[in-house]
Structures are given as structure tokens and as C-alpha cells.
Design a protein around this ligand. Structure first.
Ligand SMILES: Nc1ncnc2c1ncn2[C@@H]1O[C@H](COP(=O)(O)OP(=O)(O)OP(=O)(O)O)[C@@H](O)[C@H]1O
Length: 258
């Protein structure tokens, strides 16, 4: 049987900022339908890795292939949606409603100067309903809570029906109920066949939600199924994090204290 082409293939990637080595010899393959959680301590290179995958930083060493094409020859960027860590950092005067922000997610599929139509309005309504924020449609984005803003940006990322969703710490500042709703949404999206790459600090939750976990700290220290990640002991995870990690046993799940 012919081997499946990975959606993303990173070959021996290293990246340095002036005076700072951020990533060293990264090799990783991500396949269609994978839900990969990338975990690691602060400053371990997670955002840098995402930015390289998205072509937002230039390659210095190594190669990245997307669906078999060298990254600089890849053309179907509209298939990839990205929600950045700073998406919900707004100044209070930012003049846009939830509807406008979500609709702007359709612009990458439109030719310049083409106005939005009734069909686009319908898409906005559907995605707002799906994320349970229909009531916020005409609210000013800057005046919403962090959790509401986050869901608005997820809606914006999803409205163009991407086949790949990349999220950088989307649950920062979100309360526990919304975090749990958010992971249920990701599980649904994964079941629909969307490939998901998620950078997060929620180790306990991702181990139960993602299909694969990669532990990054300049190098990839571990990459495997979430089952094999869950079987790692405190000593192994502490080594990855570079400081002691203690597991807390809740009734149904394991979480981490760092
Ligand atoms: N623009 C930059 N210039 C110089 N150094 C940078 C720059 N961006 C990141 N770094 C450094 O590179 C390293 C990796 O940063 P990166 O943001 O990728 O880590 P991270 O794992 O995403 O961190 P966090 O969990 O805190 O968001 C850090 O030491 C950081 O200080």
C-alpha cells in the first residue's frame, strides 16, 4: 500500500533568534485527521514552531513540506486557519462587531472588492449558532469577555471551512466551563475530519482529547499517542519541562501541577 503523504512534514528544523536558539533539529510528521497537541514550558519554542509551519517566519535550517509541497511552493493557504495567542488582545475602542470580525474570515476566499452577500450572512449565523454566541452578533468585540472573544475568533477561523485548524493557547484566560465546551468543540471538529494542531498548557485535558501529543523544549522530547503520553511518569515529564511536575489525581482525570 502506498504511504499517505503527511499534511505537514518538518525535516531537521532549527531556528534561532538573535542570541537565542529557539528550536533544534525538529522532525515531525502530521497526518490528515490528526489532532496534535504541542505542550512545553514557557519559552520552549511552541509559537516559533507554529509560525514556521504557517510561513510567518523564514526557514533557516531544514525543510517544511505541506501536503507534499515545499512550503514556499504551497498555494492552498485558504485551507489553513490560525487562531493566534494574541487574537483577543483588543483596545477598548476597537470598532468592530462580532458579526464583522467573523465575516472577515471569509475574505481569504473572496476576490478583492467583492461585497458580502446573503449567503455569507447565513454562514455567519450558522457558525455563531454552532459556537453558542448568536446573542453576541451585534456586540462590540472589544467589550466582550476573554472567553466570548475567543469563541468569536474560533468562529472566524471556522467560517471558511478550513481542513486544517491551528490554535496557539486558545484557552488562556477562559473559565473552566468554557474550556471544557471548547475541547468538546475540538473533538467534534476532529470527528468531522479536520486536522488540528493545538499549542496548550492544559496537559491533563489534551491527554484525553488529542490523538497525539508532542512535548517540545527546543527539541521534541516526546511524540506519540495520547495513551502513551498518559503512561509517562512524573520523572519523565519533569525532565521534559526542566522542573518538577506533580500529577494530581481527580476522580476521572489526571492533571498536572507545574
Ligand atoms: N522575536 C523574538 N526575538 C527574540 N527572541 C524571541 C522572539 N520570539 C521568541 N523569542 C525567544 O525564543 C524562545 C521561544 O519562544 P516562543 O515564543 O516560541 O516560546 P513558547 O513556547 O511559545 O512560549 P510561551 O509558552 O511562553 O508562549 C523564547 O526564549 C523567547 O524568548
Amino acid at each position: 500500500m502506498e504511504k499517505e503523504t503527511p499534511i505537514f512534514e518538518l525535516k531537521d528544523i532549527s531556528y534561532s533568534y538573535p542570541n537565542k536558539l529557539a528550536l533544534s533539529h525538529i522532525n515531525i510528521q502530521i497526518y490528515k485527521g490528526d489532532f496534535l497537541a504541542i505542550v512545553g514550558p514557557n519559552g520552549s519554542g511552541k509559537s516559533t514552531l507554529l509560525k514556521l509551519i504557517l510561513g510567518l517566519l523564514p526557514l533557516q535550517k531544514g525543510d517544511i513540506y505541506i501536503s507534499g509541497n515545499k512550503i514556499n511552493q504551497y498555494k492552498s493557504w485558504e485551507d489553513i486557519s490560525y487562531v493566534s495567542q494574541k487574537s483577543n488582545a483588543f483596545s477598548s475602542g476597537f470598532p468592530a462587531t462580532v458579526k464583522e470580525v467573523v465575516m472577515s474570515g471569509l475574505t481569504k476566499n473572496k476576490s478583492l472588492f467583492k461585497w458580502f452577500n446573503k449567503e455569507d450572512e447565513k454562514k455567519v449565523d450558522q457558525i455563531l449558532e454552532r459556537l453558542n454566541i448568536s446573542d453576541l452578533k451585534h456586540e462590540n468585540i472589544a467589550q466582550l469577555s476573554g472567553g466570548q472573544q475567543q469563541r468569536t475568533f474560533i468562529a472566524r477561523a471556522l467560517i471558511s471551512k478550513p481542513s486544517i485548524l491551528i490554535l496557539d493557547e486558545p484557552t488562556v484566560g477562559i473559565d473552566a466551563r468554557h474550556v471544557s465546551e471548547f475541547y468538546q468543540l475540538l473533538t467534534r471538529l476532529k470527528n468531522e475530519g479536520i486536522t488540528i494542531i493545538l499549542v496548550t498548557h492544559d496537559i491533563g485535558v489534551v491527554a484525553d482529547t488529542a490523538s497525539q501529543v508532542a512535548c517540545l523544549n527546543q527539541h521534541i522530547h516526546f511524540h506519540g499517542t495520547s495513551e502513551s503520553f498518559k503512561s509517562l511518569d512524573e520523572v519523565s515529564i519533569s525532565k521534559i519541562y526542566g522542573h518538577p511536575v506533580q500529577f494530581v489525581d481527580h476522580q476521572h482525570e489526571r492533571s498536572c501541577c507545574m
